[in-house]
Write a protein that binds this ligand. Structure first.
Ligand code: FES
Length: 314
C-alpha cells in the first residue's frame, strides 16, 4: 500500500470525476494498458478497483476517471476529496489480456460507458504499434461520453461514438464484420460483455482473439445464489454450507479454506477448482458453453452448484 497526493481533480460529467495523482516517473513506467489499482477507502467502505486512464504509451500521469453513485459510501468519500489530499492505493495490477497483434487482421475496440478507462490505454498502445484500431464507444448520452475528444484525436475517423442521441449501432451488425484474423478488445458492463461473447460463440469467433474486462464491482447479485447448498472440500475434509446471497468463494474462505483468487469476477481463472461431484451453474467469462460442459472445473468467485450438493478437490 502506498499513499499518493491528489494533484488535480476534474469534473468530466455530472457523475464522472477524474483524479490525477502525483507519481514519480519510474512508477509510471510500470503501468501497462488496462492497469488498475485498488483504492483503499477509510472505515468500513473497503477497497474499490479503478482502471488507469492512459492516452500515451507509456503513461505520463497516474489518472483515474471514476463514476460516482452518491448513494454509495465510496462515492461520498471520493466526492469529499480535494487537491492535496492523500489516497491509499495498492497496485498496479493488470487483468486485461494483452493481445499481441500479428501483422494480419484488424483490431476492433469496444467500450461501454465508464469501461472506456482501460480502453484508452489499449487504443494508445495499438496506435504506438502502428495499428489502426476501429473504436466503438457506447454511452447513454453524449454528456456521459467522457474522453470522446481524446479518442477521436487518437483514432481519427476510425472512432465511432454510439449514444441514444446520435449515431445508433447494431452490435450484431458490428460483430458480423469480424474475420477470423481480427482481434476484439472489450470493456463494459456485464450486459455488453455477455452480448459480445454470446455472439462470438455463436459465430465461432475464437475466444483467444478476444481480450476483455468486465466493468463492475465484485460480488454483484450475479455472483450470489438464491438458494443455499452444501459443499464438501474433499482433501481438507471440511463440509460447509453456502448461504443464499453468498458467493461460493466467500463461503470457502469463511470455512477457513484458502482458495487462490485474484479478480473475483470470473475473468482471470486463478480460482479454478476441480469438481468431483455435482452439477455447476457456470457464470464465468472464461469458458465457452461447450468448454464449460466438459471442463470439470468451477470458478467459485462467480459460479455455483446447480443442485443442493457439490464436492470439490480442495
Ligand atoms: S478469481 Fe478470477 S476467475 Fe475467480
Amino acid at each position: 500500500m502506498k499513499q499518493y497526493p491528489i494533484s488535480n481533480i476534474r469534473t468530466l460529467s455530472d457523475t464522472i470525476r477524474e483524479f490525477t495523482l502525483a507519481t514519480p516517473a519510474w512508477e509510471l513506467a510500470a503501468l501497462t494498458p488496462g492497469s488498475h489499482f485498488r483504492w483503499l477507502m477509510p472505515g468500513e467502505i473497503g477497497a474499490r478497483r479503478y482502471s488507469c486512464v492512459m492516452f500515451t504509451a507509456p503513461a505520463t500521469a497516474l489518472t483515474f476517471a471514476i463514476k460516482l453513485n452518491m448513494a454509495a459510501a465510496s462515492s461520498q468519500y471520493l466526492q469529499s476529496l480535494k487537491q492535496g489530499d492523500k489516497v491509499s492505493l495498492e497496485g498496479p495490477f493488470n487483468h486485461f489480456p494483452q493481445l499481441i497483434a500479428p501483422a494480419e487482421g484488424r483490431d476492433v475496440v469496444i467500450a461501454g460507458g465508464i469501461g472506456v478507462t482501460p480502453i484508452t490505454g489499449i487504443v494508445a498502445r495499438l496506435i504506438v504499434m502502428g495499428k489502426h484500431p476501429e473504436c466503438h464507444y457506447f454511452t447513454e448520452s453524449r454528456a456521459q461520453a467522457v474522453y470522446a475528444t481524446e479518442l477521436t484525436n487518437l483514432a481519427g475517423s476510425s472512432f465511432h461514438l454510439h449514444s441514444s442521441e446520435g449515431q445508433k449501432c447494431d452490435l450484431a451488425e458490428l460483430l458480423g464484420t469480424l474475420q477470423p484474423d481480427d482481434r476484439l478488445h472489450v470493456c463494459g458492463s456485464e450486459r455488453l460483455l455477455s452480448a459480445v461473447l454470446d455472439y462470438c460463440d455463436d459465430y465461432q469467433f475464437p475466444r483467444q482473439h478476444i481480450a476483455f474486462e468486465l466493468f463492475t464491482t465484485p460480488f454483484t447479485k450475479a455472483d450470489t445464489t438464491e438458494e443455499g447448498y452444501e459443499v464438501e472440500a474433499a482433501e481438507s475434509g471440511i463440509r460447509l454450507q453456502v448461504a443464499a446471497g453468498q458467493s461460493l468463494l466467500d463461503a470457502l474462505e469463511s470455512a477457513g479454506l484458502e482458495p487462490l483468487y485474484d479478480c473475483r469476477r470470473g475473468e482471470c481463472g486463478v480460482c479454478a477448482l476441480k469438481v468431483i461431484e455435482g452439477d455447476v451453474e457456470h457464470r464465468d467469462f472464461i469458458m465457452t458453453p461447450q468448454e464449460a460442459a466438459t471442463s470439470g472445473i468451477i470458478y467459485p468467485c462467480v459460479s455455483h452448484a446447480k443442485g443442493c450438493f457439490l464436492k470439490l478437490e480442495l
